[in-house]
Every structure is written in C-alpha cells, then in structure tokens.
Design a binder for this molecule. Sequence first.
Ligand code: ARG
Length: 457
Amino acid sequence: MSRFAEPQDALFQALNSSISFDIRLAPYDIAQSRAHARMLARAGVISTEEAGELERGLEAVGAEIDSGRFDIRPDDEDVHMAVERRLTEIVGAVGGKLHTARSRNDQVATDVAMFVRDRARVAGELAGALMATLVDLAERHLDWPMPAYTHLQRAQPVYLSHHLLAWVGKLRRDRLRFGFCLEAIGELPLGAGALAGVNFDTDRGYLARELGFARPAPNSIDAVSNRDFALDYLSAAATCATHLSQLGAELVLWSSEEFRFCEVADAFASGSSIMPQKKNPDAAELLRAKAPRVTGHLVALHGVLHGLPLTYNKDLQEDKEHLFDAADTLELCLRAAEGMLSGARFDRERMAAAAADELLAATDVADLLVRRGVPFRESHGVVAGLVRAALERGVAPSQLSAEDLRALAPALSPADLAGVLREGAALESKASQGGTALPRVREQLAAARAELASPPA
Ligand code: ARG
C-alpha cells in the first residue's frame, strides 16, 4: 500500500532524488546499518540469526557498489532507499526489519558525520604533508635573502626560509582547525529516530562505540537537525583553500619575468597554444582561483541552514554536494600545492639582487639614529629626506655625497651609513622573537619540525 494515489511526476523525481550524488555515502551507510542490525539483536528487537542475515546481505550490497556492479533503479530516491531495496532483494523479507528503530533522518545525519570525519582527517594529514614539504624547502634555502613586500612594494629584506615558514604557520592553524572538526563531530546522531527518539530499548552507547563516536548525541531533536560539523569542516576548508590561494598568487608573481624569483617544474606548468615561448604556472593560478569555490560552498550551506525550522527538512539534502565538491577541491589543491612546491626552483641571485636594494634598509638607518637618542618619528623624517635626495639624484643612499649627508643627516657619517647598509646587516639585526635573523629562523624551523614530529592528536 502507498499513501499516494498518484505516481511521482518525473520533474519532482528529478528535483527530489539524491541518489546520483549520495551513492558516495554508501560505505558509511552500510557500516552504520551493520552496526544498527547488531544493536537491534543485542537489544532483542530482532534475532541474532536475522541480524546475521542482514549483515551478510549488507556486505553483499557493499561489494556490488564497490565493484561498480550495483544497479541504480529509477525509484531509488537516495542511497538509503537503494541499499535497503537491494538488501531486501538479496535476503528477502527480513531486509524490511533493518529500518526498525531508525529513520532516514538520523541515518543521513550519521552518514554525513562519518563522511566529514574522514575528510577532516585527510585534510589534516595533507596539510601536514604540505607543511613538511615547506619545512624541507625552508631548510634548503635557509640563508637566501629576498625582499619582503607590503602593498606589493619592496619593504624589508628577509630570508626565503622565513617566508616559507610563514606558510607553514598558516597550514599549522589549518591543521588545528581540522582537528577541531574531528572533536566537534564526536556525537552520534543515530538512534534519534525521526526526531523524538524511538519506541525500543536501543543501546546508543554501543552504536557510538562501534561507529567510532565519542558518545550519542544527547538530544534527539538537535541530533537530526544538526549540521554544525559540516559548517565547521567547510569553514576550515575555506580558510585552508584561501591560504593555498595566497600561496598560489605569490608563486604566480614570483615566476613572472618581472620577478623571476622562481620557476615551477615543467610537470606543473603548461604552454600556450599560440606563443611557443610561454611557460605558464597554471597550477599556482588554479590554487588562486579554487578558493572562492570552496568558500562558496560554505556560504551556500549557511544559506541552506539559516532560518530553517527544526528538525529535519528536505533542505538538508542540499548539504551533500557542497561538502563533496569542497572536499574534492581542497584535497586536490593540497596535493597539487605539495607537488608544485617540491619541484619549484628558486633563483638565489635574482632574489639577493632585489634584496640588496639599499632602500630596504631605510628603517635600519632610522633605528641607528634612534640609538643615538633621536626620537623615532624624527629619525623617520631624516631618513625620508635621504631617500628622497637619493631618488632625485638617481643614486643609492650610500652614494650620496658627503655634503648631502651633512646637510640632510648631520648625525650620520658615511661610515655609519655603510655599516647599516652592509650586506646582510638589515637581516641579521632583526633578532627579535619571530624575526628574520638566522638564529630566529632556526628556532622557527626547530619548532615546526617538532610540531611535525608530534602532530596534534
Ligand atoms: N536523501 C535525504 C537527505 O539527504 C535523506 C533523508 C530523507 N528523510 C526524509 N524524511 N525524507 O537528506
């Protein structure tokens, strides 16, 4: 019997059906169904033999899906219905007992939680692998000076290792965020039923243990409406993808002819269909461009959830494609970023030449005057005058005449200036915590190595 007198309209089916994408949840659906069958037997709701038959049948369905032999039928609205339909074909009427004390509402929330848990774990591991690649690169380019930029204008010299370790810091926080996702996902929705709990004496603690959750979700109404874990994952993914986009953007700039600080390996570049000389850093460009797509999925899911009354609403079906595409995109980007960076070659001379620009030591000259008691605001003005004169005369500050120097900065001798402008001086004097002086970069490297050796649990 059906409650409905009419068949479903094809357009409604097309809108309503999720099987084309949620079939991907089948391994989770099958694992939770097997645990549910065992639990039902332990609780005396079905017999042990029946549970055994259900488990064997579910295993067979899983094998069909894994090997691509599974036949999706037009009436299979979603993965849950498809698995149960096929199960019943294989094991007969006992298949109809599986859905006792369960609803698709707690079932789907559980599948999605298990999916997100796996993706958060993988993203954390991939972020760790990329951190390791960056730490290796930092070690290999420990004392390579380069200019650092603000407003994309040359600002102060740093070591390339220091810059690479800045990316490590961002990925470190990404990894922590994915770790937080894993913690937040500890509550098992299964057993909440449609929304109010179920009419059987079920053992949700057993289910939680079997399915690797810390505890059953304490409120059935919250359990079936909760998708916070999906937002947490998408938020962590969006931030991580944004970091990769910044990294990609720098690689694009650095590999341009104007910078020529680095060159990506041929394996991560492409040519032009018309200009034979071109070598385009497409991988870096796409890292730059993929981030808004991931962030878009986060924003879209917020849109789905906002204003939604409790508990289950079909709107919640719209969580999946956002999650799936975000996870696929992010994991591909993390892997490609690692591949691209491990093969990138940096140009020591180009970077050093750019870092040797004397104007990058302007702050250091001002600080020399500060050491002599001149208030910083005043010394800033004095050095600004020197910079302006040098630019007007088209010379480096060290080439200004003694006369200019006397007039503009009477407290500075040519020897003073030469001392501050000496190669490497502006780098090694940045010895404050977290700074670019080599001992400080070594500290940062050691901390990053230690963190990689014992990643957050
Ligand atoms: N395909 C649905 C989803 O993804 C499964 C839950 C359907 N529940 C319901 N009461 N119609 O959300």
